[in-house]
Write a protein of this length. Structure first.
Length: 339
């Protein structure tokens, strides 16, 4: 990786912001990721709060449908665009976000395991392998100095940190405890590495471009998702590691609160789906802790958390649908005007 490369080509992030992408942007996979986070929260609410199981089942079905639809959309649109998928994967701004494909696959596989253990185990293992191969490929690309420091953003947590912690959680769920411990260690290591990389990027090159600013929400995901993975590994007990991860989640959640003024200045885009899964992971970890510690009115607090994250993700989904419909109408009117 090169920090100062004035003679090289224009940074990928600048190119992404300056001109339209002919292939469907990878950040659309955050839609399925967000639904998966909400579905997992309602699955927990089903188990500890007595929430209707149908809500969680419906959300998991929506997750699977959105995930498959997005994969097909990317395949079809990519073929029509004439651009190669590998070129998009090598784009430092978009490539890391493609890790959401196997990540959502792991989450769906873990849920399928509750109903069809053999199929669920197969899906979890298969997508863990895909995620590992993709992470290895990306690391090989990055180690050759093929991107600029200004290309780094919160999405760089996805291929190694998020994928590893979710692999740990899913593997533990299907009984692969030793493998889950190894995946957890990988997540911790790259959490440190990527966090330092993002801090260097911001210190050297300044704030992220507006289209990538929502990826800062992913900063809160590692301790929250790592905490959920650790509960799967230790049987849901309160221990030193669990308390450390909870403390880090609190601090980084407060960081998100401090970023609200900056987020409010952003124009709504598909990138806002980046907020959904990280905040859902925080909500789920909060419900976990309320369930274990039983403070006064803990059920009420837990329900408020579930309701808040549901309303938040629903608001983003509705806003996205409206903006998508408006964009489609504008394009249609433009074509008619030039006919």
């Amino acid at each position: 990786m090169s920090i100062d490369t004035p003679d090289r080509q224009k940074p990928a992030v600048d190119a992404l912001v300056a001109s339209p992408v002919t292939r469907v942007p990878m950040n659309t996979f955050a839609i399925a990721f967000g639904f998966a986070g909400l579905a997992a929260t309602w699955s927990l609410a089903d188990g500890v709060l007595g929430a209707p199981a149908a809500v969680a089942v419906g959300l998991w079905a929506l997750t699977a449908i959105a995930w498959v639809w997005l994969i097909v959309t990317h395949a079809v649109a990519g073929r029509r665009s004439g651009r190669r998928l590998v070129d998009q994967l090598r784009n430092p701004a978009q490539g890391p976000i493609a890790a959401l494909v196997p990540i959502v696959g792991m989450l769906v596989g873990g849920e399928v395991y509750d109903y069809v253990p053999a199929l669920g185990s197969w899906l979890v293992v298969a997508f863990i392998v895909v995620a590992a191969l993709f992470a290895g490929w990306l690391l090989a690309q990055w180690s050759q100095g093929l991107f600029h420091i200004e290309d780094v953003h919160g999405g760089y947590f996805l291929p190694t940190v998020a994928a590893a912690f979710i692999a740990a959680n899913s593997a533990a769920k299907v009984g692969l405890h030793g493998f889950a411990l190894g995946a957890f260690a990988v997540g911790v290591f790259f959490w440190i590495v990527v966090s330092a990389l993002i801090l260097v990027r911001v210190a050297v090159k300044g704030p992220l471009p507006a289209p990538l600013a929502p990826t800062l929400a992913i900063y809160v995901a590692p301790p929250a998702v790592g905490g959920l993975a650790w509960f799967s590994l230790n049987g849901g007990r309160e221990d030193l590691v669990a308390y450390c991860l909870a403390g880090l989640t609190v601090v980084l959640t407060l960081m998100q609160v401090g970023l609200i003024p900056a987020y409010r200045r952003l124009t709504f885009s598909t990138g806002f789906w980046s907020f959904t899964f990280p905040y859902a992971a925080v909500a789920r970890q909060t419900v976990d802790w309320l369930t274990m510690t039983h403070p006064v009115l803990w059920r009420l607090w837990a329900w408020l958390v579930v309701a808040a994250i549901t309303a938040f993700i629903a608001a983003i989904a509705i806003r996205w649908l409206v903006s998508t419909r408006t964009s489609s109408t504008s394009r249609t009117a433009g074509h008619m005007g030039t006919a």
